[in-house]
Write a protein that binds this ligand. Structure first.
Ligand SMILES: NC(=O)c1ccc[n+]([C@@H]2O[C@H](COP(=O)([O-])OP(=O)(O)OC[C@H]3O[C@@H](n4cnc5c(N)ncnc54)[C@H](OP(=O)(O)O)[C@@H]3O)[C@@H](O)[C@H]2O)c1
Length: 212
């Protein structure tokens, strides 16, 4: 598969790029500058892209089988840039024949019980609420684009650099947690789940929780 990976310079994006390349896919990775250090593979090309610009997304996406996103707001940006990026990516793709989109989303909109999203729980850290709400708003944009074959992957509550075990569990719109209520996934195993979904298309039009 020939994949356009938006946000390939980020923490999760780098791991998705590595997973894709190890499985033999071709990857065009984007960052704002066009520089992506540390990925040395003949099947990888780095390009500059402003993900808030639908024209740029349309012209880049047109040559690819699928678009993957690990976009996130940079530290100096308003978190709502995430919603702008979702709007531009959806609009850009709608101008092309490329209709597959897999998005790295947030855990905040996943349910911990049938009536309660993680962001609504007392334990949810106040300082993370604006970013979690922006991710939920981005889901609102992507989830309405039913002319695209989108999948929105919500990681566990805690996602960190770690080990690639190849093991993970998924749940439709639910936070994945263990028997003690701990919700964790390594970025490497999230990348495994992400690429599995890109390849297998088992959760099209789904907000899928991913965890150990
Ligand atoms: N538990 C959770 O819910 C949880 C935890 C962690 C992360 N996440 C989500 O996962 C996603 C990725 O997280 P991360 O930690 O890997 O993020 P990150 O390291 O901050 O990477 C963000 C990526 O987005 C790119 N980017 C930012 N603004 C852009 C713009 N205007 N145009 C084009 N590219 C832009 C950055 O490129 P540059 O190189 O140009 O900066 C970078 O590649 C985020 O949406 C984050 O909210 C969720």
């Amino acid at each position: 598969m020939n994949v356009l990976l938006l946000g390939a310079s980020g923490r999760i994006g780098r791991r998705i790029a590595t997973e894709l390349l190890e499985r033999g896919h071709e990857v065009t990775g984007t960052s704002r500058s066009g520089e992506i250090d540390g990925i040395d593979d003949p099947d990888f090309g780095a390009v500059a892209a402003d993900a808030t610009d639908a024209d740029e997304i349309a012209s880049l996406a047109a040559d690819h089988d699928a678009v993957a996103s690990a976009l996130g707001p940079s530290d100096d940006a308003d978190v709502d840039v995430l919603v702008e990026m979702a709007e531009a990516v959806v609009e850009g793709l709608q101008r092309t024949d490329t209709d597959r989109l897999v998005w790295t989303g947030g855990a905040g909109g996943l349910r911990v019980d049938p009536e309660t999203m993680l962001i609504e729980t007392e334990e949810f850290p106040n300082e993370l609420e604006p970013l979690a709400q922006a991710a939920i708003d981005a889901y609102g944009v992507i989830g309405e684009a039913n002319d695209l074959r989108w999948t929105y992957l919500g990681p566990a509550a805690v996602i960190e650099p770690g080990e690639r075990t190849g093991e993970y569990r998924t749940a439709d719109r639910r936070l994945v947690a263990d028997e003690n209520g701990e919700s964790y996934i390594s970025m490497e195993d999230f990348a495994v789940a992400f690429v599995d979904e890109l390849e297998n298309e088992e959760a099209v039009h789904t907000y899928l929780g991913v965890g150990h």
